[in-house]
Structure formats: C-alpha cells, structure tokens
Design a protein around this ligand. Structure first.
Ligand SMILES: Cc1cc2nc3c(=O)[nH]c(=O)nc-3n(C[C@H](O)[C@H](O)[C@H](O)COP(=O)(O)OP(=O)(O)OC[C@H]3O[C@@H](n4cnc5c(N)ncnc54)[C@H](O)[C@@H]3O)c2cc1C
Ligand code: SF4
Length: 329
C-alpha cells in the first residue's frame, strides 16, 4: 500500500472552514471521522486536505414548542439521550440506538451520519468497477452479489442503498438541514436533499463543494403522536438494515389524523412514501389500512436476482410497525 500524504487543518470558525474547503477542490471536511477515515484507508477517498470541524460551536440541541434544532456536530449518542428526543421523538431515538455501536455513536456526528457513504461492498473495493467511485466505470453490483442492495430508486448505473438509519425517521418527520456556503445560507428539506443515482451515482445530494451542514431542524409532532423505528437485519446488533421502517401516527377517536412513513434499507436514498401517508390519513387503524399502506410503500420496487425478498419483507415490516403503534396503550 502506498503512503499518501495530506494536509490537516483544524478550523476555528464556520467561516474559516467553509472558505478552506470551498477554495480547494481537493479538500474535504472531517467530523467524527468514522466514515471518512475508513474510506481513506481503503483508498476509496484520497483528499489532499482535511479540514477538521470538530471544534466548531455546532454541538448543541435546542428546543422550542415546535422544532428541535440540532447542531451538526452533536453526536448520535448525545442526541439519543436528549430529553426532548426521549420524550417526543421515540422513532429518532430508536433509530440512533439501533445504529453502529456505543463507541462509534460517541464519535459519529449527526452531520456526518446524514452524509455517510453507502456500504455497497464494491464501492469500497478499488479493484472492482463502481460508477459512484469513478463515474462511467460501470457497476460491479448489478452483475455481482446484490442481496443487500436497493429495490427502490435504482438506475442501470447504481443500485446501492443509503446506509443511514436516523435519516429515515428524520425524513418521515419532514426535517430539514441548514447549510452554510460562502456568504450564503439555505435550508433544504431532507425530501429534497438526497439525489437518486440516475446517470450520476457520484452525486448523492444537493450540497455544492464546500457547503457545510450547520444544523438539522426537526419538527416536533403533536403530543399524543405514537412513533417508532423497526430495523430488520441479519444479526441483532452492529449491522446495517435489510429493511427499516420509521412511522408516526396520531390516532384520535378511532381515526388516524396524521401519518408519517419512511423506509430504509430498500432505497438508493432514504425513502418517504407520501401515497402511503395519504392512505392512512382518515382511515381506521387496522389490517386493511396497514396492508394498503404497505402495498403503496413498496410500489414500483424492482427486484434483481438476489434482493427480491426485500419487497415482501418491506411490506411485512410496514404492517408490523403500524400495528405495533396502533396497539400502544
Ligand atoms: C462499523 C460501523 C458500523 C456502522 N453502523 C451504522 C448503522 O448501523 N447505522 C447507521 O446509520 N450508521 C452506521 N454507521 C455509520 C456511522 O453512523 C457514520 O460513519 C457516522 O455517523 C459518520 O459521522 P462522522 O462524524 O464520523 O462523519 P465523518 O466520517 O467525519 O464524515 C462523513 C462525511 O460527511 C462529511 N461531513 C461531516 N460533517 C459534515 C458537515 N457538517 N457538513 C458537510 N459535510 C460534512 C465528511 O466530509 C465526510 O464526507 C456505522 C459505521 C461503522 C464504521
Ligand atoms: S451499486 Fe453503486 S456503489 Fe455499488 S458498485 Fe454499483 S455503482 Fe458502485
């Protein structure tokens, strides 16, 4: 293996960090490093300059009546332990605690989590063709072993799943990211943040080079909302999802008044299903409504040789998650 040298800079302010990375096409941010450093060791990612953002004042959680504002450097473990998350956002807490391991969760930041790269094994193997790693090279997974790969949002150029657990409930709840570029700030809902691969699998989201996520803004559902995250995986811990479901239901007087639903492990991006939410709203909670929502949730799914089982597993996981919420006292 070749030793590769790179420059390391620790940023003292958000402005400095954004300027450093924007000015240099070979520069990248370093947060907890739990994704970034692995990719460098595997020679998948070769930055010439790393700008460490861990000392920036973006490690905070603030709540008002309607919104939880989370600094991008808040760790997964810190967010999971926050009292508002424990009290009002069980689906977010569960998704965080079902991810990675305690050691990793103490290092991993929320900004880094949303931007983690796919776990497609071919992406991480520089000896195999990968359009995401090298545009135009081809896709080793489509003709390779793709049991873990996506059934929704795929293209002939890439079928890799998005790996984040917590992005799934955040998407379901309608969360946004606050983004700082040079001299400008913008807020982008997660529904518009991620990009399906199409013909450009290397473009995964709407961030321009040098833009920094500074905060996440999570709308708080009304009190009385029941919510949860179901993660189905090959082993009970320390494993990515085969299928996951984040759901929130507000049930009043035998009717579903509000519904939020998103899936993980099945899509090339975290997958929200507005059609399933529409079907649930106004319906009586029960097997018929849940089966209809599950059918809609996996609508348009495309099976390949090894991953067709995810479609039925996804439907069953949706029904199970919704039934569990409906049965809550
Ligand atoms: C063994 C293992 C198991 C795991 N299991 C799970 C799991 O089950 N579920 C799950 O969801 N995740 C899992 N993860 C992934 C883990 O959650 C992520 O690696 C972590 O959240 C990334 O955060 P970080 O702060 O370490 O990011 P880094 O590795 O520092 O950065 C990740 C990427 O984000 C960019 N970046 C970071 N912060 C910002 C910002 N604020 N603005 C702009 N760009 C930024 C970096 O430049 C880099 O491209 C696992 C990881 C490992 C190593
Ligand atoms: S599925 Fe996507 S990430 Fe995996 S090898 Fe194909 S192009 Fe690369």
């Amino acid at each position: 293996m070749t030793m590769r040298s790179f420059t390391y800079v620790r940023a003292d302010s958000v402005d400095q960090a954004v300027t450093e990375v924007t000015a240099d096409p070979e520069a990248a941010y370093l947060a907890g490093g739990t994704t970034q450093v692995d990719l460098m060791k595997d020679e998948v990612f070769r930055p010439l300059r790393l700008v460490d953002i861990t000392r920036l004042p973006l490690r905070e959680v603030r709540a008002d009546d309607d919104t939880l504002t989370v600094g991008a450097l808040t760790t997964m473990e810190e967010l999971a332990a926050h009292e508002v998350v424990t009290d009002r956002l069980p689906l977010v807490r569960q998704a965080l605690l079902l991810g990675a391991s305690p050691q990793l969760r103490h290092m991993a930041t929320m900004g880094g989590n949303l931007l983690q790269r796919t776990r497609c094994r071919y992406f991480r193997d520089p000896d195999v063709a990968c359009n995401k790693r090298e545009p135009g090279a081809g896709c080793g997974a489509i003709d390779g072993f793709h049991r873990m790969h996506a059934v929704l949002g795929t293209s002939p150029h890439c079928i890799a799943t998005h790996a984040s657990d917590v992005a799934v409930p955040l998407l379901a709840l309608g969360a946004s990211v606050r983004i700082r570029g040079q001299g400008a700030e913008r807020v982008v809902p997660l529904t518009e943040f991620y990009r399906v691969p199409g013909g450009t699998p290397h473009v995964e989201n709407v961030l321009e080079h040098g833009e920094l996520i500074t905060h996440l803004e999570i709308p708080l559902p009304p009190r009385g909302t029941r919510s949860g995250y179901l993660k189905v995986r090959d082993r009970a811990s320390y494993e990515f999802a085969l299928v996951s479901v984040a759901a929130a239901l507000l049930i009043d007087d035998g009717t579903i008044r509000a519904a939020h639903l998103a899936l993980g492990g099945v899509g090339t991006v975290p997958w929200r299903v507005p059609r399933a939410e529409e079907l649930l709203r106004g319906a009586a909670p029960g097997p018929d409504a849940f089966a209809a929502a599950a059918e809609a949730a996996l609508g348009g799914a495309q099976a390949r040789r090894d991953n067709g089982f995810k479609i039925e597993l996804g439907r069953r996981a949706v029904v199970r998650m919704l039934s569990t919420l409906a049965e809550e006292p």
